[in-house]
Design a protein around this ligand. Structure first.
Ligand code: NAD
Length: 275
């Protein structure tokens, strides 16, 4: 797909582009997600991030069926479906629920190293891309060691590594590692699940730009070349989170926000090696 003109996008290592801002729909119930996504599409979003485990692909598919044709869709294979054949089956089920023959970006949700199936799973994604069923393929929650292993065993570099990333958990090292491999970094829980919005530094920068804290944090991601997928089910917040293309943070703002990074202590989700 071609990103909507005027909407920033990030180049992927397969020659495609991904809209830099998308709607995350984790924890949005299947019965509600079509309405939520329709609000976002009306507000201008052209990118949605779902996953098999969110159990809302069918509702996402409903909104897509009635929405504009140029929406970039990401979904993910869940841990219990890893393995070559089972991943191919999982893809077909996701594509059917989403009512799309072709998925823009298909990700391995977690490496789940204890299962030790992620290399075979990656081979299935490579096949899906070769067959044109997934336009781009990537991973989520992969450590540098896990990235190196799939690249060494298949020769195929993921386009994206979608990882937890927000001002309190800035992931400086993994971000640099992704970049050195040519992998785009996508930020999940980009607002720290809403918890970074009360931070006084965020609030100060927001006041300076006459913006909201959420807009400042989303801008923090965009200004660093990250793909960002904030979640909201509230129409006014969905719109607010998209009104971010007409301002930038300056060096002083970025330096202040850099102070919020707590390293590992800022992590909200599980460590990928424990999943
Ligand atoms: P988030 O950081 O996007 O925070 C969402 C919460 O922030 C909302 O529930 C709401 O409470 C608050 N919020 C949002 N907009 C706001 C606004 N304008 N003003 C005030 N509060 C606001 O958290 P998230 O949902 O965990 O992450 C976003 C997306 O990332 C998910 O929906 C999902 O698509 C993806 N994700 C992926 C993984 C993975 O393992 N790959 C894990 C978690 C999330």
């Amino acid at each position: 797909m071609t990103p909507t003109p005027g909407q920033p996008s990030v180049a992927l290592n397969d020659g495609r582009r991904i809209p830099a801002l998308g709607l995350g729909v984790w924890q949005v119930p299947d019965a509600d997600v079509a309405g939520v996504l329709s609000v976002a599409l009306d507000a201008g979003y052209r990118h949605v991030d779902t996953a098999t485990i969110y159990r809302n692909e069918a509702g996402v598919g409903d909104a897509l069926a009635h929405g504009p044709p140029d929406v970039f869709v990401t979904t993910k294979v869940w841990n219990s479906e890893q393995g070559y054949e089972s991943t191919l089956r999982a893809f077909e089920a996701s594509a059917a629920r989403l009512r799309r023959d072709v998925i823009d970006l298909y990700l391995i949700h977690w490496a789940a190293p204890r299962r030790d199936l992620y290399v075979d799973t990656w081979r299935a994604l490579v096949r899906l891309r070769e067959e044109g069923r997934a336009r781009s393929i990537g991973v989520s929650n992969f450590t540098l060691a896990q990235l190196k292993r799939i690249i060494a065993e298949t020769g195929v570099v993921p386009t994206v590594n979608q990882i937890e990333l927000h001002p309190r958990f800035a992931q400086t090292e993994l971000r640099a590692a992704n970049a050195s491999l040519g992998i785009a970094t996508e930020s999940w829980s980009p607002l720290g699940q809403g918890r970074v919005l009360n931070d006084p530094v965020v609030q100060r920068v927001a006041a300076k730009h006459s913006r909201t804290p959420a807009q400042v944090v989303i801008r923090w991601h965009l200004d660093q070349g990250l793909v960002v997928i904030p979640k909201s089910a509230t129409p006014s917040r969905i719109a607010e989170n998209f009104q971010v293309f007409d301002f930038h943070l300056d060096a002083e703002d970025l330096a202040g926000l850099a102070e919020l990074d707590q390293g590992e202590a800022g992590r909200l989700g599980e460590h990928p090696d424990d999943h």
